[in-house]
Write a new protein. Sequence first.
Length: 304
Amino acid sequence: METIKDYNLTHLRELEAESIFVLREVAAQFENPVLLFSGGKDSIVCLHLARKAFYPANVPFPLLMIDTGHNFPETVDFIHKTVETLGVRLIVASVQDAIDRGLVTEEKGINASRNALQTVPLLEAIEKNKFDAAIGGARRDEEKARAKERFFSHRDEFGQWDPKNQRPELWNLFNGKKSFGEHFRVFPISNWTEMDVWQYILLEKIELPSLYFSHKRNVFERDGSYLAVSEHIPMKPEEKEEELIVRFRTIGDMSCTGAVLSEATSIEDIIQEVATSRVTERGTRADDKRSEAAMEDRKKAGYF
């Protein structure tokens, strides 16, 4: 392919082989794994790799979606379409249900977000279904807290992560030993970069939600990001709604996921855009800007 040179092709196949090895290790070491599926590009790539890892058999574990109630409709539609097409089982854990039962308290105010509230329904779903491994699409280049993760990331009986007490992973030897009630988070694409993911999507012709491509949307600007106009996001009196051509580099809760101005209508366009961008992939995520250690604090409490 024109945009993927021979050396890049070899690099992508090496990353693919490593990820498939990790996924097969999960199947070998754990009794009841699950794949966290947000409908974002990284979890989509993980699902694609899982299909390859176990072909011609079906993916041997269900998918788990955490529904904030403020998800982009395009993402929700894509998730259900994928599940129907592949014939896999989808488990949905609801933030709204956790709020209704008093397990979490919804944030108030102009910058309120449900993003951090996903931790409780996630941990509840893991405990209820007795999952001993939760596979996620986090990458080390995304954020400095995620750079501290191993492929196999141990969680204690409370679902918490201790970044200072992680197991070494030498020569691709993964230690999945755990005590009752504990589980692991597993990150098969840890060594991938954002560019690797996009080039692999191009190489494998992987379908994505339309949000990743440029489209007209009513947005408003807040703190240097463009947020989608929605009933879930209150606007300040001075904020102005306008229709712009944008796309989303990440797909999360609508209240904290910003869009970028873009004319990219194809994967090739996105690759060129990513190659020249001076803003990180999560630079438009408002939840990461709350403090220097925002992501690490959430992860310690059991977040993705």
